[in-house]
Every structure is written in structure tokens, then in C-alpha cells.
Ligand binder design. Sequence first.
Ligand SMILES: C[S@@+](CC[C@H](N)C(=O)[O-])C[C@H]1O[C@@H](n2cnc3c(N)ncnc32)[C@H](O)[C@@H]1O
Length: 209
Amino acid sequence: MRQHVNPLSSNFNEIERVPSLIEMFSDSKLNFHLDIGCAAGQFLFDLALVNTSWNYLGIEIRERLVKTAKLRVQEKEIKNLYFLFGNANNILNNVQCEFIIKNVKSISFNFPDPWFKKRHNKRRVIQPNLINILSNLLQSGSLIFIKTDVKDLFDYMDLTISNNSNFKTIDKKDFNYSESFNPTKVKTDREKYVIENKLDIYENIYIRI
Ligand SMILES: C[S@@+](CC[C@H](N)C(=O)[O-])C[C@H]1O[C@@H](n2cnc3c(N)ncnc32)[C@H](O)[C@@H]1O
């Protein structure tokens, strides 16, 4: 079992320099997707190789995973994939990163750490402040995808997003994945484990109206 990283530790107050989209991707004009808490990034590697008409950015708080993922990107010479190390809440709350939110077409939160104990709920990545920032800066029509196997966490994330009147839930049954960041419904590592173990998956999609 891995130790969870406490995102509220002062270790994450400083954020690394965030390059421009032109520095991150060879074609910065492509549609752009952000995956928050991407771990080693396998989901994004799978997506980036198949969907070369999208750019993908992963943010992950475990530095070693990000270093390894960055090396892999270089070795494989992938031009539509980039990783950032840090607490996503601090990164996205920083003025130098506003361009990320202003340009992104969609954001995924796949199986975020649940932080079960009530007193640890404030460590969960989806917080009212983050949703306010996204609400203020996202272009209308941008999408947020949430997915988890923990019902309590799902209810918490759903309430936090739904409390913001700028976001509306989209019915998954009506959603056309073929034009999304994930047309072939690539699965994350945690999702594969959850499916193998026949656990429930709770998910929602929200649109910035
Ligand atoms: C349960 S794992 C899920 C990984 C992957 N998304 C998946 O579905 O397989 C949650 C990941 O989010 C990362 N994480 C937790 N809080 C974070 C934060 N505030 N900012 C960035 N990453 C975070 C953790 O380090 C971990 O890699």
C-alpha cells in the first residue's frame, strides 16, 4: 500500500515554473485536456499515442512519478503530452497558471484519493475554492469529468461542483464520447483494478455553462 501524500504540507507551497503551451506541446493549437492526480500517467500515455489531435497535461503530487513520466515522454518523443509536479490546488490557484484553465477543453478527476476521515476531507483535491477558480476561468462549454469507486467521495465531489451554478450535469447516456478527449474510453489503472474486482464506479460529467 502506498503512503498518501498530504497535499496541505508546506512542501507543496512553492510551484515549479510552468512552461507555456507552446513549450509543452509541438502544436499548441490542438484541443487540450487536463488530468488531475494522474499518478504515473499511463492513462495519458495511452490517450496521447492514440489521439494525436489532442494535447494532454497531467498534474501529479508525487514527484518521483512525474520525473519518470517526463523521462518516458522524452524517450518516446511524444509531442502532445506534458506532466507537471505539484499540488493541483496550488498550481491552478497561481496566476501564472491561469492560461491552463482558460485554454483547457476538459478536465478529469479519476479516482482521487478519498481521505475517508472527516478531519481529512480538506485534503481532497476537489474543494469549493478550486471549483470557483474553474468556474471563473473555464470557457463556456468546457467539461469536468469525475470518477470514483467511493460513493461518499462521489457525493462530496458532486455536491461541491453542483453548488456552483455555473456548472450543469450532463446525462452520460446522451454524451458523445467520440468527440471528447477519450473517444475510445481508455481506462485508468485504478479503473482497471475496480473493474477486475467488480466494484461500483460512480461518475459524472459537468459542463461550464
Ligand atoms: C488513487 S490515485 C488515482 C490515480 C489515477 N488517476 C487512476 O485513476 O489510476 C490518486 C492520485 O492523485 C494524486 N493526488 C492526490 N492529491 C493530489 C493533488 N492535490 N494534486 C495532484 N495530485 C494529487 C495522488 O498522488 C495519486 O497519484
